[in-house]
Design a binder for this molecule. Structure first.
Ligand code: T4K
Length: 391
């Protein structure tokens, strides 16, 4: 008997949350009527809203987070050609953003609990060529911010944070965004708050903000003079419209994501070798990613296998972030960027992780079905077929 997939339609990780379409149309109509399509009033309004959420004095909206990371490095004065310490466990955009502007990402191992930079390892990597430290709040969980702040202060280095996943999460009750010299959010379609494509740099430092704003617009300063080198990182009014409409529902979306997270925890409880990654205790978390770890030694099955079984049932899980960045060809082929090897905790975590669908299109029914497939995969050692929908 052939078995049907548990889900008829694919369930994606990163399915966009879509806000109120009427509001979006109105905002886009307003922009069209104004004939102001980029860097106009909607972008300025979005910047105010994001700065308020991040608790920072300044926000510079951008067309994506990758370029915002580059602005952050340039605007905080990271010297050309310098090394920047980054975690190996991150989306490849983090090192790529640096590498693309001639900085050298130096990969650091992670602290397993937060999946962020291990400050003790970072300390060992600091040397005369180090120009900055760039922490990543992986899956919205703050990396060891206090320890990295101390390390950066002692070595007088700019401290940047890739907060692509971090909007709405807190550290010591303070919103992510307000730490280090600058932090960067992503509003890509797959993020719980999206502006189609988009990002933002937030900072309390007026000079960093001023430089980043000019650099985002070909280096043109407030007086319309070219004051620095620059790029085009500007956000369009259409993106800002989407971002504003999306932000209207930030609390609702966080509540929904939080319920989804709990449902997954409940559905997978007691399954040997499988755990749902946790957010920081006592802090607010946006829960935009649900990431499970499959420990092959205890589960008897590799995360890859679980991924394949899910796929057969139309659940398109993602192996965020596998492989660890230092093992990707553009970096592994250049040994000068990632000595000393290996980075065991980053490599091990990359082997275990699997991101599962969440967001507004996913509810209890979907999660229960997904958990059933994961259970089946583990309990049967990932045999070729799957849980039956026909018997
Ligand atoms: N730093 C970190 C830590 C990041 O995670 C990211 C981006 C960045 C920096 C850079 O931010 P941006 O420059 O992008 O603002 C996705 C995203 O493209 C990427 O933004 C994100 N991180 C990364 C974790 O995930 P892919 O290659 O997995 O994306 P894609 O296009 O294959 O989409 C993933 C899933 O989402 C698919 O299964 C389908 C679904 N999807 C996607 C899009 C675009 C939809 O359902 N609708 C859509 O419109 O990288």
């Amino acid at each position: 008997m052939s078995r049907l997939p548990v889900f008829r339609e694919p369930l994606h990780v990163g399915r966009p949350n879509i806000g109120d379409r009427e509001q979006l149309r109105e905002k886009i109509d307003d922009a069209l009527n104004r004939r102001w399509l980029s860097s106009g009033p909607l972008v300025r309004e979005l910047e105010k809203r994001v700065a308020a959420l991040a608790g920072t004095a300044h926000c510079v909206a951008t067309c994506n987070a990758t370029v915002a990371l580059q602005l952050a490095a340039r605007a905080t004065g990271v010297r050309p050609g310098a090394e920047v310490i980054v975690p190996a466990f991150t989306w490849v955009a983090t090192p790529h953003a640096l590498d693309w502007i001639g900085l050298t990402p130096v990969f650091c191992d992670i602290d397993e609990e937060s999946a962020g930079i291990d400050p003790a390892h970072a300390e060992k990597l600091v040397g005369p060529a180090t120009g900055a430290i760039l922490g990543v709040h992986a899956f919205g969980r703050p990396c060891p911010i206090d320890e990295l702040t101390d390390l950066a202060d002692r070595h007088r280095l700019p401290l940047l944070f890739d907060a692509a996943h971090g909007l709405g999460s807190t550290h010591h009750g303070r919103p992510i965004g307000a730490f280090g010299s600058a932090e960067v959010f992503s509003f890509h379609a797959t993020k719980f708050i999206n502006s189609f494509e988009g990002g933002a740099l937030v900072t309390d430092d007026p000079e960093v903000a001023r430089r980043a704003r000019a650099m985002s617009n070909f280096g043109i300063g407030d007086d319309r003079e070219v004051v620095s080198a620059g790029t085009n990182a500007k956000m369009s009014e259409g993106s800002a419209a989407m971002g504003l409409v999306s932000l209207e529902r930030i609390d609702t979306l966080i509540d929904h994501n939080t319920r989804n997270h709990r449902r997954y925890e409940h559905g997978l409880a007691g399954l040997p070798g499988v755990s749902v990654r946790q957010q920081a205790p006592g802090e607010r978390a946006n829960h935009q990613y649900v990431v499970i770890e499959v420990d092959q030694a205890r589960a008897g099955v590799h995360a890859d296998r679980v991924h394949a079984v899910l796929e057969r049932h139309n659940v398109l899980s993602r192996r965020y972030f596998h492989p660890s960045c230092h093992q990707l060809a553009p970096y592994s082929d250049r040994p000068e960027v990632h000595a000393p090897l290996p980075l065991p905790r980053s490599e091990a975590l990359a082997e275990r992780v699997l991101a599962l669908p969440t967001g507004e299109v996913i509810g209890e029914e979907e999660i229960d079905g997904i958990c059933r497939i994961v259970r089946w995969a583990v309990e049967t050692g990932g045999a070729d077929d799957g849980p039956s929908t026909t018997d």
